[in-house]
Design a protein around this ligand. Structure first.
Ligand SMILES: Cc1cc2nc3c(=O)[nH]c(=O)nc-3n(C[C@H](O)[C@H](O)[C@H](O)COP(=O)(O)O)c2cc1C
Length: 355
């Protein structure tokens, strides 16, 4: 039987007060010190105040070499950065919610201009077909990552996870979705390697596995570790990152065998059918894992949240919760709520403080 959206859920050592969470959302608000603007941090605390059970941060870039893909992104590697986030995690906890820091490396989606190393790196020297939407320029051809690069990037994830622990986060999420570096390794579309990191799905997953295990090793026992995955990427959105349902199942089986506390599945639309089958992505994923499953994509009111929960344990909302401070309460009351467009959510990247 499907659980009620307002029933509590046990996630590792934590009890979530309901099944509704704030999806990770980049805001590009940080200055040189790589700390988000105060109003951007405050929004996360307000969403906890207003009833969300789980609050993800924006995607935080993992190293100072070549991880950054957008201007104004946050890092969690210095004491001032840790201090800024510590105030946020304490406030979220005081308001009864659980905080998870999401981290990523952009790989071939990085901007060399805003990275100290001035280069972009990826599994293979393959650029997205699409131009960078922020500059209108083609993405540069990335350097194929050497074994040194791979070890360095893994240590960036580890160092950032340590920053999250120091800042008091309840959990850490490794962003393996949306066509960024980990996802680039997973997909044979962007991974043409012939070494142990390319070829079979097990080989393409090796980089993700190294990161998951290295991060798990530095987390205290009760700190949550989650992994986000999607079958689409932010550039070349029409490309299916797995070729069919079988390949997706293989990937989920590999993720399922890792020491994570939950899997977060990102879709355009939670109702969309997977790979021409009659199953949804969450139905297909659910059939391969018993780990707690989060689902996201066009969940915007009580009816859709409840429907999504039939095949998952936690629902995350992006645009709806970003633009509507009363989202959780409105869902509770079963109000009719709008489905916001991406264009409407672009206000997230402006100086305008959101309610
Ligand atoms: C402004 C904005 C920023 C986003 N940034 C991230 C991010 O940093 N990491 C991530 O995994 N997803 C990011 N996403 C995707 C959302 O987490 C979510 O998967 C997507 O918006 C679909 O959910 P929705 O239909 O409820 O909006 C972002 C979405 C928006 C609207």
């Amino acid at each position: 039987m499907t659980a009620d959206i307002f029933a509590p859920f046990t996630l590792g050592a934590y009890t979530l007060r309901n099944r509704l969470g704030v999806a990770p959302m980049t805001r590009m608000s940080a200055g040189r010190e790589a700390i988000p603007r105060q109003d951007v941090l405050d929004l996360l605390v307000r969403r906890a105040q207003n009833g969300a059970a789980l609050v993800f941060t924006e995607a935080i870039v993992t190293d100072y070499e070549s991880a950054q893909g957008y201007p104004g992104q946050a890092r969690l590697l210095t004491q001032p950065q840790i201090d800024a986030w510590k105030a946020v995690t304490e406030a979220i906890r005081a308001r009864g919610a659980v905080s998870i820091m999401q981290m990523f490396h952009c790989g071939r989606m990085a901007w060399p201009e805003i990275n100290p190393a001035g280069r972009s790196i990826a599994p293979s020297p393959v650029t997205p077909k699409q131009a960078n939407p922020l500059t209108g320029q083609p993405y540069p051809v990335p350097d194929a990552m050497s074994h040194f690069d791979i070890a360095h990037v893994v240590s960036g994830f580890v160092e950032t996870a340590k920053g999250a622990v120091a800042a008091g986060f309840d959990g850490v999420e490794i962003h393996g979705a949306h066509g960024y570096l980990i996802n680039q390794f997973l997909s044979s579309y962007s991974n043409h390697r012939t070494d142990e990191y390319g070829g079979t799905m097990a080989n393409r997953f090796r980089f993700a596995r190294m990161i998951i295990r290295a991060v798990r090793d530095v987390l205290p026992k009760d700190t949550l570790l989650t992994f986000r995955v999607s079958n689409w990427g932010i550039a070349d959105m029409d490309v299916s990152l797995c070729k069919d349902a079988r390949e997706w199942e293989e990937l989920i089986d590999l993720i399922d065998s890792e020491p994570i506390d939950a899997l977060s599945l990102s879709t355009y639309d939670f109702k969309g059918k997977a790979f021409g089958t009659e199953q949804t992505m969450s139905g297909l994923t659910r059939s391969r894992t018993t780990k707690p499953l989060m689902i996201c994509g066009k969940i915007h009111d009580r009816r859709t949240a409840q429907e999504a929960l039939a095949e998952a344990d936690i629902v995350l909302s992006g645009k709806s919760i970003l633009l509507n401070p009363n989202f959780v309460e409105d869902v509770r009351q079963g109000k009719e709520l709008p489905l916001y467009s991406s264009a409407e959510a672009n206000v997230a990247y402006t100086f305008e403080p959101l309610p």
